[in-house]
Every structure is written in C-alpha cells, then in structure tokens.
Design a protein around this ligand. Sequence first.
Ligand SMILES: [Zn+2]
Length: 302
Amino acid sequence: MSNRTLFALVSPLALLAAHTAFGQAPAAPAAPAQPDFSAVQIKVHQVAGNFYYLEGQGGNVGVLVGDDGVLMIDDQFAPLTGKLIAAVKTISKKPIKMLVNTHVHGDHTGGNENIGKMGIEIIAHDNVRARLVKGVNGAPPSPAVGLPVVTFGDAIALHFDGEDLEVAKLPPAHTDGDSYIKLTKADVIHVGDVFRTVGYPIVDGPNGGTVKGTLAALQKIIDMAGPNTKILPGHGVVSTREDIAAFRDLVASLQTKVGDMIKQGMTLEQVLAAKPTADLDAKLGPSERFLTLFYNALKTEL
Ligand SMILES: [Zn+2]
C-alpha cells in the first residue's frame, strides 16, 4: 500500500480525532478514537526551492533546509516525533534548530515536548504559549520544555538558510493564535489551519476562533499572495491564491446560510436537523462537528 493510499484511508478520521482531543468545543459531538500512530508513514513533498512539507498524521509539517540547519513548522503528535525527524534527515543531515507553531492544536504542537527536550528553540504567537501553559481543551498544561521560548504579539522576522521569513498573527480565525509563515524568496506561505483543502472550515470558538476573523484572515492571505505564490494549508495539498478565494467564498456562504437560521431563532438541534450543508457533505465529509462549532461561534458574532 502506498503512503498516499494509506493517508487517504486514515485522513478523515484522523482529522476528526485530532480536533476531538485538542481542538474541539465541549458541546461538539464525539469523534472516533485517535488513530494507530504505529501505522502512520511520513511522506516528503518538495514545495519550492529548499522548502518541503511532511505529510503524516495531523497538520502538514513545513521543513526549511540549508546551511544554517533545519527550521520546522509544526510537529503533529508526540508519538510521531521520531518518524518526523527521520523524514527530515532524508532531506538534510544538518541539525534542527528552530520550530514554529502555526497554532495551538495538538495535531500541530503535540511533538513540542519531544522537540523542546532536543534543545530546539520553539517560536509561536503569545496566545499559543498562553493556552499551552493552561492546557488546551482539558488537556494537562504543557511541560515547560514543550513551551515556546520566543513569542510575539504581531510579527517576528526570521533570517535563516538564506530565506527571509515573516511570521505574523492573523485575525482570530481558526483560533486566537493563528500565524502565517511567509517565505519571501521561495514565494510560499504556510497558513496553518486557517485554510484547508480537506473537510469543512473549522472555527474553534472555545480557543478564540471566529467566523468574521476567518474571513478577514483568508482575505489577508489573498491580498499578500501573488499569482504564483504557493499556499501550504494546515491540512491538504499545496494550493494557490484562487483556491483560498474559493474557500473564502465557501465560508462567506456558510456564514450567510447558518447566520440566517440563527436570526430565525433556530436552535443548534434544528439547524443540524435541517442539514444546511447536505449538498456539500459528499465533497467535504461529515458536517455535524463543523456545524456545531460554526453555529456556536457565529451565534456570538451576530
Ligand atoms: Zn487546528
């Protein structure tokens, strides 16, 4: 079985499991148990120049390589750290020097403790650290060694491996600590889970995500991207500015559709029963969890 086939089989459940454990509102429906990490295989994809991403279980892991060493973006789940590092070594024999977290969810920060113990510097937005310190969605607080040691409010610039990286906060979208990482020379933007090419847009209200912020964040990415910019989503495949625009339009249409139902006084149960996304489920998968989070977030914004 190829890696791609394996990923295709396990991906939808894994994404649900990831958000169940780390990124889901308490009121959202239960999702399947976590996948068997021993079966996960890591696949290496080149994005542009000296920038790659690793596809495994959880968020896409960015890997910048060069003379200065390796910079990683996100680290999936703790049980996968060894496999991820082995995959990095197939690209570069240089040491891993830095890790940037795009946001707080455990399918992107789950390896932080292992990475921190290796002496690798972790960088993230202030809110990512603040949430990890408290523990995310009922999880225990992160050990100090797994916490970001460099945090920022608006933006931080990194100069590494001949690349100029702009790491900056987005409006509160998927969470309140979403950052993008722009590689100015490679013309790539890693946008975390603000954008995904698999499944519905996830607005994690309990972790500070908002629908309005999602639309603003997507617009910001569209505005900063050029026609040839490669967009690396938190989940899914390398995309373009046009793909982001289509995703923004999807979120906007869902905002209108679900927003109208809320304005009519419909409860969450009534909205779920009305199946407002029935026409999209075949393409985007089960919608109950998405709708629950989206409804709860949107209700506070109207
Ligand atoms: Zn996420």
